[in-house]
Ligand binder design. Structure first.
Ligand SMILES: *Cc1c(COP(=O)(O)O)cnc(C)c1O
Length: 364
């Protein structure tokens, strides 16, 4: 498929854009969306950009019953010189196909998906907020649509991309959060769907999050599903620790989601010659490091918050505070550098930022 096959229907009305000071996360959507369909035997077809609108599905549509769906999350930024930047979008479409593979959903053509996204962004460029810390959040996703109650991979799917202007994840700078180590529920097990970005993983995580919320914690720390011992992730973010000068993150083990932010942080640290390792790490080891004063920093990483410092852990009825609950030095430096690369205010020695050229704007 080539970009000129994307049919465009412009919206006849334009929504009022929210003021940049009042942006929340994922509540407001832009004027247009991208859609294409899959039919077994025919492949992906009818790529189009349409007004953002409700979709119509039969109550028997497979997605409602067995949850065969995948999604992605990335951001677009508008630079001071009015260029649209995406952060490593190829990684997101690659991962979407890995998730597709796990959920028996047909692969999409990654290059074409990126062309479609760029075209949508060109049309919606006025929706990209420019204030520091803001961006346009991008949600590509695929759902199974067949009206059929049998348990089997669907024969029809819909791929969509919707856009939402979002504010800074933190009101004033980055604030360390309190984390409860989850001991009853697990997020994923090896062999399950933990490595795929699929809605079911989130549905099963809600209960633990609800309990933690009530106890005054903002996220849960997930341990492995087998021994309930090794650290996996924090909320829906990957996790890093700095212990005695070395940065450690759990190795990808078949149940951890491979974050694009995680990979970028590892590369940045290597670039700075800061020792960084990926390995198995137990909650007991973190506890011991905290007790002996060697646990210097901890933070979560993900597209939405970019970096979320952790100020306190609660485990087996005991809390341990890191750095007096302040944001660590490396954590802050990583946040400043990564967000600077993403919004174009800092040099990008890795070539991570992808420019959206405006020549695709000539469609009308
Ligand atoms: C999306 C996600 C992450 C973070 O991935 P990024 O690519 O960095 O946004 C981490 N853990 C889970 C469970 C996720 O769904």
């Amino acid at each position: 498929m080539r970009d000129n096959q994307i049919e465009i229907t412009f919206s006849t009305t334009r929504k009022q854009k929210p003021s940049v000071d009042q942006l929340e996360f994922g509540k407001v959507f832009t004027d247009h969306m991208f859609v294409m369909n899959y039919t077994e035997g025919k492949g992906w077809h009818d790529p189009r950009i349409t007004p953002y609108q409700p979709i119509s599905l039969e109550p028997s549509a497979m997605i409602f019953h067995y949850g065969q769906s995948v999604f992605e999350g990335l951001k677009a930024y508008l630079t001071n010189d009015e260029q649209i930047l995406l952060f490593r979008p190829d990684k997101n479409f690659e991962r979407l196909n890995r998730s597709n593979e796990r959920l028996c959903i047909p692969h999409i053509e990654e290059e074409f998906a990126l062309v479609a996204l760029k075209q949508l962004l060109t049309i919606e460029r006025e929706w990209i907020p420019t204030k520091e810390g803001t961006s346009l959040y991008i949600r590509p996703f695929i759902i199974s649509t067949d009206p059929y109650l049998g348990v089997a991979p669907a024969k029809h799917y819909q791929f969509m991309i919707i856009l939402s202007p979002v504010g800074s994840y933190y009101k004033e700078g980055i604030n360390p959060v309190k984390i409860a180590v989850e001991q009853q529920y697990v997020r994923a097990v090896v062999g399950g769907t933990g490595t795929a970005k699929t809605g079911g993983n989130y549905a099963s995580s809600l209960k633990a999050q609800e309990v933690a919320d009530k106890l005054g914690f903002s996220q849960v720390l997930w341990l492995d599903g087998k021994e309930n011992k090794y650290i996996e992730e924090v909320g829906s973010m990957n996790i890093f620790f700095k212990i005695n000068g070395e940065v450690i993150t759990p190795a990808l083990n078949g149940s951890i989601l491979e974050g694009v932010t995680r990979g970028s942080i590892i590369e940045l640290l290597k670039h700075w010659n800061v020792p960084v390792v990926e390995r198995k790490i137990s909650i007991d080891e973190i506890y011991q490091a905290a007790k002996s004063g060697l646990l210097e920093e901890a933070f979560g990483t993900g597209t939405a918050a970019v970096i979320s410092p952790i100020g306190e852990f609660f485990w087996q009825n005991e809390k341990f505070v890191i750095q007096d609950g302040e944001t660590g030095e490396v954590t802050q430096e990583l946040y400043d550098t990564l967000t600077g690369i993403q919004n174009g205010t800092k040099p990008d020695p890795f070539g991570w930022s992808v420019k959206v050229e405006s020549e695709v704007g000539s469609f009308s």
